[in-house]
Structure formats: C-alpha cells, structure tokens
Design a protein around this ligand. Structure first.
Ligand code: MN
Length: 291
C-alpha cells in the first residue's frame, strides 16, 4: 500500500491494577508513552484482560462515584456488567454488548458484575474508554445508550465469516448505532485465521488498535494478544492479516484540540471547572444514587 499509516509503537500491557474489587485492568492510557492528548478524543483506556472470577454472592465492582465532562464507554467481551446512574438509567450488558454513558453535566453511577454472573463466576474480559467531550458539549444532559451486539453494524468480509462490528462511525458504508459528539470510529474486527481486512482513517485522526484475542500481522508487524498498536498521524491505510482467529478493538477519532484539566472522575477544560464540579457533587447537584 502506498499510503500506509505508520506504526509509532506496539505497547505491551502495563502491570494490572484493580478498579474497585471487580475490574482488574491494564491502564494503557493516559500514561507511559501515550499522554493525555495523544489519543484524543479517547482520553483513557482501561483494558481488563481475560480473568476467571470465582463465584461470589456479593457482586464485585465499583460503588457510587461521580463523573462529569466526558463519556464512559464499556465494552464487554466476556462476563456481564450491571450499571445504575443518578439520571435514572440502568442496564446490563453481556458478551459483545456496549454501554455508552454520557456523563456530560454530571451524574453519579455504580458499576458491578451482574448478579447471576457473580453467583456463577467465570471468564471476564472488558474495556472501558473515557471519551472526551468538546467544550460546547461538556455540560450536555446525561445520556445512556445501551448498544446490544445485534444492533451494531456487521460488515462481512469476502470469506463470509469474518466481519467488522461497527459500534460507532462507519466502515465501508456500514454504520454503527452509537451517537457521538465528535467524529470517531469504534469497531471490533472479528477475523478468522487467514482472513485479511483493510481499514482507512484520515491521517490526522488519532488511531490505535488493541488485540483482545488471537494474533495478527498489522502493516507487516506481528502483534500479540493484549498488545496495543499506536499509529503515527501519517498515512491512512491499515492492513490486518489474522494469523489466528482474532478480535481487535479499533479506535480512530478526530482530535479535540482544547485544553484538558483532568482530576479523578472529572474531565474539564479548566481547573476552575474541575473545582466547580467538585462543589456541585458536594452540593448534591449530581443527584442521588443508593449504594
Ligand atoms: Mn465510573
């Protein structure tokens, strides 16, 4: 390909840490060689690689906490996750599903393993992204999009078995159901061993791939399971050749070129806005949610 998007780095999973007692994650960014702007509009990616949870009568997870100024996007690969928020939304996502929560002006939520999954235990694998909002949408009303696997766009490749699962944005005319505030593409490519796919994104879009299953050769470089490929902002085309049955999360978006003030669960443009968000939480303006 003449217009290949160049690989900047292939990044091994950073040491895992626990979020609450339910999510064992590798914090790929921000941090390390990917600073808080490098993957904008994607600010954070926590990757929960495969883990077996033992049965538990008490669902594991994270209790009530606030968010403001961005969106949390949770992608379940294995296991089931329950969500409740102070805007009155709740939902359960299972294998292959996504929840896309717009915190916007601010809310409280809690995230747990779903009750029956907790009781039986089992394989768990997920990704949580924090997608930034531009200044003009930071105060947007909280919103919750539950995106079942069936509702996603499915673009089948020539082998009729491999496909691109489009969550947001578009792949060769197949659209994803998620509504977003800035232009971005979020896919899972699910390729059978031996299959190939070509993706294309504008050079200025920040772009990265996470191999969640299997192994693939990406623009000529072999990439193993649980590794992240960061691309330079040069060239457009990415070729993926699956050397095993493989699942790859694809992120590509137009950067939001604005200042970032990030503190804990708040992602604002200025420190004054962060202080205001903390004051609003303390004043009860983010609503009420039972533990
Ligand atoms: Mn949260």
């Amino acid at each position: 390909m003449s217009n290949t998007k160049q690989i900047e780095a292939v990044i091994a999973p950073p040491p895992a840490h626990m979020v609450g007692d339910g999510f064992r994650v590798h914090g790929f960014f921000p941090g390390g060689r990917i600073d808080k702007r490098r993957m904008s509009p994607f600010f954070m990616m926590d990757y929960g690689s495969k883990i077996e949870f033992s049965p538990s009568n008490q669902p594991r997870g994270v209790g009530v906490h606030p968010h403001a100024g961005f969106e949390t996007v949770t992608i379940a690969y294995h296991g089931r996750i329950a969500h409740h928020d102070s805007a009155g939304n709740s939902g359960i996502i299972g294998e292959g599903d996504v929840q896309w929560m717009t915190a916007g002006a601010g809310l409280l939520h809690k995230e747990y393993h779903e009750e029956n999954f907790s009781k039986t235990g089992g394989l768990f694998q997920m990704v949580q992204l924090w997608v930034n909002l531009p200044a003009k949408y930071k105060k947007t009303k909280p919103k919750y999009q539950e995106i079942t696997n069936m509702a996603m766009g499915h673009h089948y490749l020539s082998d009729q078995q491999s496909f691109i699962e489009v969550i947001a944005g578009e792949y060769n005319g197949t659209k994803g159901p998620a509504s977003t505030f800035t232009p971005m593409h979020v896919y899972n490519t699910r390729l059978k061993k031996g299959a190939s796919a070509v993706l294309s994104f504008p050079a200025n879009y920040n772009t990265g791939l996470l191999v969640t299953d299997g192994k693939a050769t990406i623009n000529g470089t072999e990439v193993n399971t649980d590794h992240f490929v960061l691309f330079k902002n040069e060239g457009e085309d990415i070729s993926i050749d699956a050397t095993e049955d493989t699942i790859i999360l694809v992120l590509s978006g137009e950067p939001i070129d604005e200042p970032i003030a990030s503190y804990g669960p708040f992602l604002m443009n200025t420190w004054q806005e962060v202080e205001q968000a903390i004051a609003d939480v303390n004043a009860g303006k983010f609503g009420v949610l039972e533990e």
